[in-house]
Design a protein around this ligand. Structure first.
Ligand code: GAF
Length: 389
């Protein structure tokens, strides 16, 4: 995306002049550690170079005028800082509005509104965190335009999660916003969601690429199914806490879980908790494997992650399972799994350089034959977190 073209579009929509600033926040792909972030476990996402640009200018009044160059249907949506109520009709603007609302709730006084044009290249509804990117983007703009220097990028990630949970009604964890805010080129982030301690781990895979495959399906009721998974895990935790001194499922080793799991009588609930515990341990093991350059082990753990998400956590779907099965049938594939919240969206695969073309051919053709949809492929690089350009 050309910054000058976006600037021109901004001026066409909102007029010329003043202090116009440009920002960018990336989407993310999670390599492993799925549905662990609201269970106090570890995650291992990286920021992408795909993301959302924001062109913004502070206003003299308290109006917010918001325009998406991607979702043009709504045109310019106008609201004000006095009217930050979420609504279905507000569509994508609920994400930036939620961030203004969150800053206000945290005691930050924002008196002046802004004109904002956004434009992104994260495929919509693909599970690559366009909404978290938009939250982080808006958070960074609010910080920068209002001189809130004490607000850190980690704070912005936390504000984004707060807004997602309390303004947009999805009880997500911190992973997506954290990756968008804190990403680092050529690295993934090994984050302990219990403590928010994190470490950058270089994605050192000279013989392989990260390939994202978009199933192009998104099943309905995703948000309610997501919230339900979270509730099931929390209920399982409460049962285990009767006999164990633990704060989260992420505190449990596999041995401890196996010893106590039968205390969870509801077998669906037990499987949900099993996924959370095993996936957390797999993530720790996968990062250790990557650090010692063992991509084969890393890939094998990704495969196991998918099976667990499919069978125990039940957040996959036929279309995505087909993509993973096709991917793992290609000999140069180290591992493949669903990535993100689930119920459609994307898979992430680690593919040997020389097998990327065959991968696209086999998976693309097979998916078309089995599902009747043309999958999309993105061979991605990891990028930096949100920044002012
Ligand atoms: C979604 C959520 F937003 C994240 O917090 C995380 O739980 C993820 O699903 C599953 O790992 O992206």
């Amino acid at each position: 995306m050309d910054k000058n073209v976006l600037l021109q579009q901004f001026e066409e929509k909102f007029g010329e002049g003043g202090d116009i600033r440009t920002y960018f926040a990336p989407g993310r792909v999670n390599l492993i550690g799925e549905h662990t972030d609201y269970n106090g476990g570890h995650v291992f996402p990286c920021a992408l170079t795909l993301g959302i640009f924001g062109i913004a200018r502070k206003r003299e009044d308290n109006k917010l005028r918001l325009y998406s160059a991607n979702l043009t249907d709504l045109g310019i949506v106008e609201t004000s800082l006095d009217d930050l109520v979420p609504s279905d009709a507000a569509g994508w603007t609920n994400y930036p509005k939620g961030m203004f609302w969150t800053f206000a709730r945290r005691g930050y006084k924002i008196e002046k509104g802004m004109d904002l044009l956004i434009c992104g290249d994260i495929p919509n509804g693909s599970g690559l965190s366009s909404s978290a990117a938009l939250e982080v983007l808006t958070g960074l703009i609010i910080k920068d335009m209002n001189g809130f220097d004490e607000v850190t990028m980690v704070d912005i990630a936390l504000f984004g999660q707060y807004s997602e949970n309390n303004y947009n009604g999805v009880n997500s964890g911190i992973m997506d916003q954290f990756a968008s805010a804190m990403g680092k080129k050529d690295n993934a982030i090994f984050l302990d969601t219990n403590t928010l301690e994190y470490e950058y781990a270089p994605i050192d895979m000279p013989d392989a690429k990260i390939v994202i495959t978009n199933s192009k399906v998104k099943h309905s009721l995703v948000d309610s199914a997501y919230n339900q998974r979270r509730e099931q895990c929390e209920a399982a935790l409460r049962i285990l806490q009767k006999n164990m001194d633990i704060m989260t499922l992420g505190d449990l080793s596999i041995a401890e879980f196996e010893e106590h799991k039968d205390e969870i009588k509801d077998l669906v609930m037990q499987r949900r908790a099993k996924h959370a515990v095993y996936e957390n341990q797999r993530t720790i093991q996968a990062v250790a494997a990557l650090k010692k350059g063992d991509i084969a082990e890393f890939g094998e753990l990704m495969n196991q992650s998918h099976v667990s998400l499919r069978d125990d956590y039940e957040v996959s779907c036929g279309e995505v399972d087909a993509l993973v099965d096709l991917a793992t049938s290609v000999s140069g594939v180290y591992g493949s799994r669903i990535t993100g919240g689930g119920f459609g969206g994307c898979t992430v695969s680690i593919v040997k350089n020389e097998a990327v073309d065959e991968f696209k051919e086999v998976v693309g053709k097979g998916y078309q034959e089995q599902i009747g949809i043309e999958a999309e492929f993105y061979v991605v690089d990891s990028g930096d977190g949100a920044k002012k350009l």
